[in-house]
Design a protein around this ligand. Structure first.
Ligand SMILES: Cc1cc2nc3c(=O)[nH]c(=O)nc-3n(C[C@H](O)[C@H](O)[C@H](O)COP(=O)(O)OP(=O)(O)OC[C@H]3O[C@@H](n4cnc5c(N)ncnc54)[C@H](O)[C@@H]3O)c2cc1C
Length: 424
């Protein structure tokens, strides 16, 4: 039997922060990850940059150390709005390995949790499967940081009910060999009021961001080009639902596309294996249409090519696990404060929709705080939940799911375990 003080299931955004901080402060820590690298949605689903939230956030030691590590590989820039969270997903895999190795956190790749041995409301050990072998891990505390709450599903934890609607999934990709000079000049010319476009030089590299969606909330400068492509049969209406791009540090001439948003006439349940598999197929077909469209309509893309398609579909929400407290939309909007909170944030309630003009972004007037009770699973005395599975209602999760908040959640659960073990 392998003995640990902290076992983190899922080495993604929240899980890697939990594992790193736990091991850095002396806990015998293990991360179990089903993929072959750390980072989860950040690396596998190609989701970047870290959204800017409150500059007074807490539990940021992992994030600060991650930024410093990335700098060693030229895998990070600070953008013109002061956001230091523009990172390179490929180099992040190396940076995270190096960080976890340094603090002596054990990591098991290619490994999934398949079962748990419990007694009353206590988890005694878990069974993991690696290359068709089963192995038992014994730990004092556990974290479900699997994004989809896969560990909680095994434990039969209470899953919070969803409203009738869901948020769409997105399959992200990269396009490389873009003539950035030509493209950025054209973009600045098109988006004269710079409403959604920014171009910025960092260390001799051109960095930029722009967007265009089918919601009429903004006067999108690129909108007429998308409409023309639909008329010409080069795009389908659903391909215009959401288009957003960011350049990537250390990858000159490459953009990360926060699209296609996969929309059908009915909402897709990311936990339904048939529907989720279909979404992948549709997503890749959309990627091809979008790429051909960009090559034809956007100057600078003439010699470009698709260089990466995410190996994990981007899921904004699936299972939310019931904790000792369920955080609500009112908690977000009222800015309620707590003793020893997990995070301070001001990121808005950001709900993507399947419907045209269905997107909602609700800003908060005051900062909000998250209490630790939302990260303590209600069913077990030694189980935490961290990341987008946080115990929160649908709307509150839509604010809490950003990467900086997930880092703080992971870090906070590790710190709680450190305190508990110290006190014993
Ligand atoms: C399309 C899209 C765009 C987004 N844009 C942004 C953005 O620009 N900025 C931002 O800050 N946030 C953004 N977000 C939100 C943010 O990226 C996610 O909410 C966050 O990364 C989720 O972190 P997590 O730790 O909960 O899950 P993940 O990072 O997905 O980690 C879960 C990990 O668990 C592993 N796992 C799953 N099941 C098992 C198992 N049974 N055994 C072992 N391991 C397992 C997975 O492989 C993965 O590594 C976006 C999200 C999406 C989907």
């Amino acid at each position: 039997m392998n003995q640990y003080e902290l076992t983190v299931c899922g080495g993604g955004t929240a899980g890697v922060a939990a594992g790193y901080i736990g091991a850095k402060y002396g806990l015998k820590t293990l991360i179990i990850e089903k993929n072959i690298h750390l980072g989860g949605t950040m690396t596998s689903a190609l989701v970047m940059p870290v959204m800017k939230s409150n500059t007074n956030n807490i539990n940021c030691e992992f994030y600060n150390d991650f930024i410093e590590e990335l700098k060693k590989y030229n895998g990070q820039i600070t953008y013109s709005d002061g956001n230091r969270g523009w990172f390179n997903p490929e180099l992040s895999k190396i940076a995270l390995d190096s960080m976890l190795e340094r603090v002596k956190c054990d990591v098991l790749y290619n490994t999934e949790i398949v079962d748990a041995v419990t007694e009353n409301n206590h988890i005694k050990s878990i069974c993991i499967s690696a290359k068709m072998l089963s192995l038992y891990i014994d730990s004092l505390y556990y974290v479900d940081a699997t994004g989809d709450g896969n560990f909680s599903q095994i434990l039969k934890n209470n899953i919070l009910k969803n409203p009738n609607s869901r948020q769409p999934m997105t399959l992200r990709f990269h396009i490389s060999n873009i003539d950035m000079k030509t493209f950025s000049q054209w973009l600045l010319e098109i988006d004269k009021d710079r409403d959604v476009t920014s171009v910025y030089e960092v260390n001799g590299e051109t960095h930029l961001s722009t967007a265009c969606t089918w919601d009429m909330s903004k006067n999108w400068a690129l909108r007429p080009i998308f409409e023309q492509a639909v008329k010409n049969g080069d795009l389908k209406e659903q391909d215009t639902a959401y288009f957003q791009i960011f350049t990537i540090p250390g990858m000159p001439g490459t953009i990360s596309l926060n699209c296609p948003r996969i929309v059908l006439d009915k909402d897709i349940d990311p936990l339904d294996p048939f529907a989720a598999s279909k979404a992948l197929t549709l997503g890749r077909m959309q990627i091809w249409r979008l790429y051909c469209f960009l090559k034809k309509y956007f100057p600078g893309f003439e010699n470009s090519y698709i260089s990466n398609i995410a190996d994990m579909i981007g899921i904004r929400e699936s299972r939310r696990v019931e904790g000792e407290k369920i955080y609500t939309k009112d908690d977000i909007l009222s800015g309620k404060t707590y003793n020893n909170p997990v995070l301070h944030a001001d990121y808005p309630i950001d709900i993507h929709s399947y419907n045209k003009d269905g997107y909602t972004l609700q800003h908060t007037k005051v900062d909000y705080e998250l209490p630790l009770k939302c990260l303590k699973a209600s069913g077990y005395d030694n189980l935490y939940i961290a990341g987008r599975i946080v115990s929160a209602d649908f709307e509150a999760q839509a604010a809490l799911r950003i990467q900086s908040s997930c880092f703080s959640m992971g870090e906070a659960v590790a710190r709680d375990v450190i305190n508990l073990i110290d006190k014993k």
